[in-house]
Design a protein around this ligand. Structure first.
Ligand SMILES: Nc1nc2c(ncn2[C@@H]2O[C@@H]3COP(=O)(O)O[C@H]4[C@@H](O)[C@H](n5cnc6c(=O)[nH]c(N)nc65)O[C@@H]4COP(=O)(O)O[C@H]3[C@H]2O)c(=O)[nH]1
Length: 513
């Protein structure tokens, strides 16, 4: 179920990621298109400036030629001269003579209707006046530009003047020397009233030209780009699926699952009672970690403690068990000072001694005495003898009891035991199992008990499952035991009930005696 959910998440991730990648690709290509348009706009403005400069040179020559001709009378010779100049100047459509308030003649001859002159919008440094946006009539030719000098005027097609190469594609010249330009088909100068616009300005030879374009909006651009996008879509989907697989693998790896379990506080503690064989009373319990999965399954420590030890996750687990002991058994321990809880330590906890400061910090102010927390080190984890010695000695100095767990499964001999600062020894279940059997280990069991007693260590038998084993242990003065015969590892509430029950039973046995 858990995996199906993860696969569902991965599928959703793939779709989401593909959509995101498509959006990013579209956005980036849209931005590139805008950048490209901006560059073309700049180029267009620069070309226009160059074009105007060249055309202006021509027009200026034409005006100076007209002036130099000396004609000021609109005589046929004057008109002929104007016609000649017009024909020989590419940019100029017509030449006129207007020394006062009306235009007197042009290259076609004297004017038959009265046409008043209009003052220029601005004057260039060389004295030529310029009037853009002149519409002689509502004819289809569009706005004209009039350049005047010493009574003569040159009429120029404004659109042709600004029709520099590099234009097109919706690029237009918006203004010249600060004057907004009318375009063909537009009745008023200036930008379109709505929408985003891009504008770029270029300067040169006394001319300032602003070019303008309407950039494509994101939505319409996408529609245009869809055929290309469709081609790369499978590639993006494969890329997303690859990423989803990698993430899924990392998420489903046992160590990341365990890490998540720790963060989600899925690690819980069960407690197995330790009983005094002489009275049957509960004298304490061993805290044993369990992993309660979100679906309620309880995972045994053998399935995750080795992984936790390998991946450095054992220390947060130990800390979590300490927290649980304080919260769940705090009341019991405060009420019954002779009771203890045994905490399993990992090799890392023992070698570094870190657990001692953790315990000191966590126990402070709880009313739980250090001697109520027994520290168990498995025999197989005692690799670093010096570190172990230091930590166990310091633990005892702080008041904790120390015990060797699973004794007999490693290679420790009497000499080794003698040197370790410990209070108790737990005999591994495999030796207790041999009691009453013909197994060769049964002699070792005898030997371990004798050895522990010789060293004046408390002995706790682990994995006691039968009365026969109890009788055997009693006979050899083994004081304490734990095992399924008494109780399995149970949640805190059941442990407390078990201890109360054994306490009442022991009291009534004492009363009866
Ligand atoms: N068949 C049988 N089994 C019995 C009987 N009595 C007790 N047991 C089991 O024997 C194990 C005793 O714990 P252990 O030797 O410390 O061995 C523990 C301990 O080494 C490790 N462990 C458990 N909790 C922690 C922890 O919080 N930290 C560390 N570092 N190790 C832990 O995992 C090991 C296994 O723990 P569990 O699976 O809980 O298994 C427990 C307990 O449930 C019995 O009569 N019959």
């Amino acid at each position: 179920m858990h995996h199906w959910r993860a696969i569902g998440v991965a599928a959703a991730f793939t779709v989401g990621c593909t959509a995101l990648l498509v959006t990013i690709a579209c956005f980036v290509s849209w931005q590139l298109a805008l950048k490209d348009q901006r560059e073309r706009l700049t180029l267009h403005a620069e070309h226009t400036v160059q074009h105007i400069q060249a055309a202006y040179q021509d027009i200026s020559n034409a005006l100076h030629l007209a002036d130099a001709s000396g004609f000021k009378d609109c005589s046929p010779a004057h008109v002929l001269r104007l016609r000649d100049i017009t024909r020989n100047t590419v940019s100029v459509d017509n030449m006129a003579y207007a020394p006062g308030e009306i235009v007197e003649c042009n290259s076609w001859g004297p004017l038959t209707r009265r046409l008043p002159t209009i003052p220029p919008a601005f004057i260039m440094p060389d004295g030529i006046g310029i009037l853009p946006n002149w519409l002689p009539s509502q004819d289809a030719r569009g706005p004209q530009m009039i350049l005047t000098f010493a009574g003569h005027a040159a009429v120029v097609d404004q659109q042709r003047l600004f029709g520099a190469p590099g234009g097109g594609d919706g690029l237009t010249i918006l203004a010249m020397n600060g004057v907004a330009l009318k375009r063909r088909g537009h009745t008023s100068p200036g930008p379109d009233p709505a929408g985003d616009v891009l504008e770029e300005t270029a300067r040169g030879g006394g001319w300032t030209v602003t070019a303008r374009a309407t950039p494509p909006a994101f939505g319409p651009y996408l529609l245009g780009a869809w055929p290309v996008l469709r081609q790369i879509l499978p590639l993006l989907a494969v890329l997303s699926a690859g990423m989803a697989t990698l993430i899924l693998r990392a998420r489903l790896s046992p160590s990341s699952e365990l890490k998540r379990a720790i963060i989600n506080r899925e690690i819980v503690a069960h407690y197995q009672p330790i009983v005094e064989l002489a009275t049957g009373r509960c004298i304490g319990a061993e805290a044993l970690a369990r992993w309660r999965r979100p679906n309620g399954d309880l995972v045994r420590p053998d399935a995750f403690i080795p992984l936790a030890e390998d991946t450095g996750l054992i220390q947060p687990i130990t800390d979590m068990i300490v927290d649980l002991i304080i919260v769940e058994l705090g009341d019991l321990l405060r009420r019954t000072p002779r009771m203890h809880v045994a905490l399993n330590l990992s090799a890392a906890d023992i070698n570094t001694g870190r657990i001692l400061t953790v315990l000191e910090r966590k126990l402070a102010g709880t009313g739980i005495a250090p001697q109520q927390i027994w520290l168990e080190a498995t025999e197989s984890s005692l690799l670093d003898l010096e570190g172990t010695h230091r930590t166990l000695a310091e633990a005892r100095r702080r008041g904790h009891w120390t015990a060797i767990d699973d004794f007999g499964t490693g290679y420790s001999g009497l000499q080794y035991l003698q040197r370790l600062p410990i209070d108790a020894l737990k005999i591994d279940k495999s030796f207790i199992d041999s009691v009453g059997t013909e197994a060769s280990t049964r002699h070792v069991t005898e030997h371990i008990i004798a050895m522990a007693q010789a060293l004046k260590l408390d002995v706790i038998a682990e994995g006691v499952e039968s009365e026969l084993q109890v009788a055997y242990l009693r006979e050899r003065q083994v004081a304490f035991a734990q095992g399924w015969l008494f109780s399995r590892a149970v949640p805190a509430a059941e442990l407390i009930a078990f201890c109360n029950r054994t306490e009442r039973a022991a009291a009534s046995a004492r009363g009866a005696a």
